[in-house]
Write a protein of this length. Structure first.
Length: 319
């Protein structure tokens, strides 16, 4: 079952038993690839089982000034609903907003039914996606992302193997499970891992690459935690600069999958004097400051069925 993800951010300035019998640093490349294939199977299963689930999401967005003082904060409380596209069968996230900064949204149920009825008339997946993005992000400030609840992990996909490098960095315990800690970094560019970067031209940003760390159960290959960073590569920087950070923690559920408990996003800008940047061609080692932060906390997940009935169907029933 497929799902769709996107992110809009602007830069402002194995086999199970062999694994269990080896220490973390003794795992062969083939054994690690086999383990990652099982993780990828679980990631696909996660998306499949996630359909028709619902939970409350409380999202807190914050924006910061150049001194990292918070300038704006917004709290949005929503019901997360997972829908299946009538066009191509892809699963999609839909948020029914209930409160903004503590103030209830009037007629939220009526608005949701009206939106779902309109969405059911979409004739293309592009139209569906545009409508869902617009509706889900209408109260968002700062970091705008969509689809990452349903597809939190894409790097284990076999088609991305030539573009990523994986290493095992250790193991530990999480919720009674032995977990393997796996680091990864992007070593080649691919359209399947792409970021739109809008940085000042004088920074000469060449590319953006993905790196991260995952905590995965050795027993059932499910995620317990995920950290990812998008790093900017520039000839002006002495080392890659982190401009986006994502941290997701998962908890066990009665649906036989680990579901998200909390998701944190942060964006950063380099601390640089633009006059110095223009005056010298030397490589720079900038500090960083946070631009924006988004924290989403999820309540207990439940099953939820959505049926949208058109006015024509209702009239037929009345007859």
């Amino acid at each position: 079952m497929r799902s769709r993800c996107f992110i809009l951010i602007t830069l402002a300035f194995l086999l199970l038993f062999p694994l269990l019998s080896l220490s973390a640093h003794e795992i062969s490349d083939d054994a690690l690839r086999s383990f990652l294939d099982k993780v990828d199977e679980q990631a696909k299963r996660y998306t499949e089982l996630f359909r028709d689930l619902t939970a409350t999401e409380t999202r807190v967005d914050e924006l910061f000034d150049r001194r990292e003082r918070r300038t704006i904060m917004r709290t949005v409380e929503s019901d997360l609903v997972v829908l299946e596209s009538r066009v191509d069968g892809a699963v999609q996230e839909y948020l029914i907003v209930r409160k903004v900064d503590g103030r209830p949204i009037r007629n939220s149920d009526r608005r949701a039914l009206s939106f779902l009825s309109k969405l059911s008339k979409a004739t293309s997946s592009k139209s569906e996606l545009q409508q869902l993005q617009s509706e889900n992000l209408r109260h968002v400030i700062g970091i705008r992302y969509y689809g990452y609840i349903l597809s939190p992990l894409i790097v284990t996909s076999a088609n991305l193997a030539p573009f990523l490098e994986f290493t095992v960095s250790g193991s530990e315990s999480a919720d009674g499970h032995d977990v393997l800690i796996i680091d990864y970094r992007q070593v080649k560019q691919t359209p399947d891992i792409a970021f739109e970067i809008n940085a000042p031209s004088e920074l000469k940003v060449r590319e953006a690459v993905l790196s991260g760390r995952m905590w995965v159960s050795k027993e059932n290959h499910q995620l317990f935690r995920l950290e990812e960073r998008v790093m900017l590569i520039s000839e002006r920087f002495s080392e890659p600069f982190c401009f986006l950070f994502r941290n997701v923690t998962f908890r066990q559920s009665r649906f036989d999958i680990n579901v998200p408990a909390k998701m944190i996003w942060e964006t950063y800008s380099p601390i640089l004097d633009r006059k110095v940047v223009r005056r010298t061609d030397d490589q720079l080692s900038p500090g960083s400051r946070v631009n924006a932060r988004s924290v989403s906390a999820f309540g207990e997940f439940e099953r939820f069925n959505v049926e949208v009935r058109s006015a024509e169907t209702e009239n037929t029933d009345k007859k």
